[in-house]
Every structure is written in C-alpha cells, then in structure tokens.
Design a protein around this ligand. Sequence first.
Ligand code: SF4
Ligand code: SF4
Length: 436
Amino acid sequence: MPIGGRKVPPQAVEKQTATVASTISGREVELPAMWNRMFEPRVLTRTGPDAFEAISALPGAESLEWCYGCGKCVPVCPVDVVGDYAPRKLHRKVQTGTDLLADADLWLCTTCGNCLRVCPKEVDMIQIMPTVREAALTGGREVPGELQDVFEKTFRYGNALGENPRRRAQWTRSAGVPVRILPTDPSPVDVLFYVEDYWSYHPRGQDAARAFARVATALGIDWAILGHEEKTLGDSQRLAGEKGLFDALVEDVTATLARYEFARIVTPDPHAFNALVKEYPKRGHTFEALHYTQLLAPLADQISWVRPLDLKVTFHDPCYLGRHNGEYDAPRTLIRAIPGVELVEMGRCGVNAYCCGGGGGGMWLDGFTRDKTSERLSERRVREASQTGADMLVVCCPYEVSRFEDAAKSTGNDHVLVRDIIELIDQAMGLAPAGD
Ligand code: SF4
Ligand code: SF4
C-alpha cells in the first residue's frame, strides 16, 4: 500500500452454489462451490487399471501396487543415476498404461536391493523383477537376445559362458599347487570350493582362482573342487527370469553334491553364495555356506605376510554379499590386514554401495542397456573409485574384475588397477609367480 494511500478492500467473489435434493429427506439443500465439483466426473487418469492389474496379479509382483510415491527410491537407484528409472517411476508408468511385460524397463533393474532398503512400503523389486520377467519369458514376449543366448548356454553347458564342462578345472594346471578334484579323489573334505563360472573360465577370473588355490593351500585348508561335475548355481539366471532353468540346476547340483562328503561350501561368487543361503533352503537343501572372504577373514592374524604392497585402494561392496547378505566386514578385515595397503572408502559404500551393473542378469545386458543409460554402471563406479585417489579398485565378486577393467579403459581411468582381494593376499604372502 502506498504511504498515505487508502486501503482498497478486497472484492467479494460470488461463489457458485447448487441446489440438490437430499437423498434422505428429499428436501432441497443448497451446496457451496467446493461441493459442486463433486457432481462432475473428474478424470484421474486417462487409462484404466488393466496394465497395473496384469502385473500386480502375478504372484510375487503384488508389492508394485503398494507404492505411494514418496520418492525415496529414486536417488538411491543406481540406474536412475545414469538414466531415468526407479520403482516410483516404474509404478507410475504402469499406472498410466505401460505394458511392463513388453517394455525395455523390465530388463534395466539389476536387483541391487538399494530401493528396498529405503522403501517404507516394502515395494520389493527383488521379487517383482524375476516374477514379471518370468511371465514375459513364458508368455513369449521379446527377451533381449544376449540374455536368451546366456539362458541357452547355461541350459546346454551348465555355465553362462557356453564353455566346455570338461575344461572347468583347466585353470588348476597352472596354479602352482596341486588341487584336489573330487570326482577323481572322492574322500571326505572340509571345504568344497564352488568355483563358479567366471573363476573357472574367464582369464581374469582364473588368475583369482589360482591365487585362491595357493593361499588356501599355504594356510593348510583342506579343500577340493568338483571339476567337470560343477554347474553354475544359476542365481543370476533366476533373477533374470529363468526360474525353470534355476530349478533344474538345483536338482542337478544337489544330486552331484549328494555324492560327496564335505563340511562346508565356500564360493568366491556372491551370487552363488546368495543362492546357497537363501534359495536352496527354500527348496529343502541346506548347507553351511561361506563366501571366501568369510573363510579367510578369521585366519587373517595367522597369515605370514612377506611382501608389503604399498598401495592405496578403494573397495567395491558386491550387492549380493553386502546389501543382500549383510557381509561388509570380512572383505575389509582382509584388506586392512595386508601390510602396506591403505583403504579409502568411496562416498557410496557399505549399505549404500553403488551397483556394478552385473546383478540380476545385467552382467549379460551391457549391449541392451547401452542406449538406455548415459553410461554403464561399471563406468560410473570406476569414476567414483578414481575420485578417491586410489591406485586400485579391489573387489571380491567374479563379475567385477572384467567389468571394471573394461570400464577403466572406456572412461580413460586405466591408472586405476582392478584386482580381486585374493590376488593381493597372494602377492603379499609371496606366493604369486613373479610378474603376477
Ligand atoms: S520408496 Fe517405495 S513407496 Fe516410495 S516411491 Fe519408491 S517404491 Fe514407492
Ligand atoms: S533393485 Fe536396484 S536397480 Fe532395481 S530398481 Fe531397486 S535400486 Fe534400482
């Protein structure tokens, strides 16, 4: 109001009213404007509930309906960091008519579990995604070609890489220590070491497998492998929607395991570990299962270190060891025990660790996701590792060494070396051959 001016009173606005007959007394009742609106049909959404009902009716996918749009899942979803994706967004898309069974979004979730950690309504993508993907598979919907290829290789050869099962134990020949293979020496053993696909066949995985063989032998662990009788446990295939294949693998694997006597199963693969502790018991098969870091961490004090490494490293928590199974300490205990190694953490670590992109079938979908995200999740993670100033990104999941080494190259961060923890232990114990 200008100084000395006169206050202008507000204009009274004539409100519309309506007169309706009371449904109880029949008398006429006058309603003010705010009530008038209730007599007009209002459009809430242009689409019907069909798309949503098709998803939420699938046993296992019901919780997608529970979303109330709080948005907590959006900033923690690793796919949203490099794209446009999170449970809330998926919920809205389905609510507004997207047929998720036929949509590319169905294959983007890595089942990393970070959204479930923060979701107040327990919208469970770890159940929803495999369920809807299975429905897409069995319903004859389009499945990314590279994933279909992995399903077929797993079905035919018992491993995702389509390698000859006879070559499962070939890596042992250059381990530098004898490795007991149960089919040729079936006497009882303490540790059945379940090598899984990438440590059996991938060249960088084989480096880690050989390092484990030397370390386990030097520590006096009584251990053996299944050799050509081993098949993948198939947990990532299950999460990618091939539940039938997973169930068939459970039958094959448990029939093989029943032939041998062992106290515990140890695996380097968090996905295999997850299957053993969560999925096999649901099907009536219970084993004492450990990730290899859990086997070695209690022995860290007994290790004779002979070679300090002089390294600054950062550690990537595998989703299926950390968030899914609560193990954050064993890898760090080992890293901190290695002389000369300084551990620096990335901003996103522990419970909030960023995903490498390999879980839930993502390991085989890099081609499919290329034009749906601004960069690969592994590339994003390598840049985070580089920002810590670490010389090395250390991992303890067989998917990760090759994923991160590729990402280090493609992002121009080749100066960040990528190693499995077991490779560092092998070196610091002075067991690795010269040049490794
Ligand atoms: S956190 Fe849960 S309830 Fe909130 S928006 Fe995400 S899915 Fe919906
Ligand atoms: S499980 Fe991980 S990748 Fe999938 S929607 Fe949740 S946060 Fe995103």
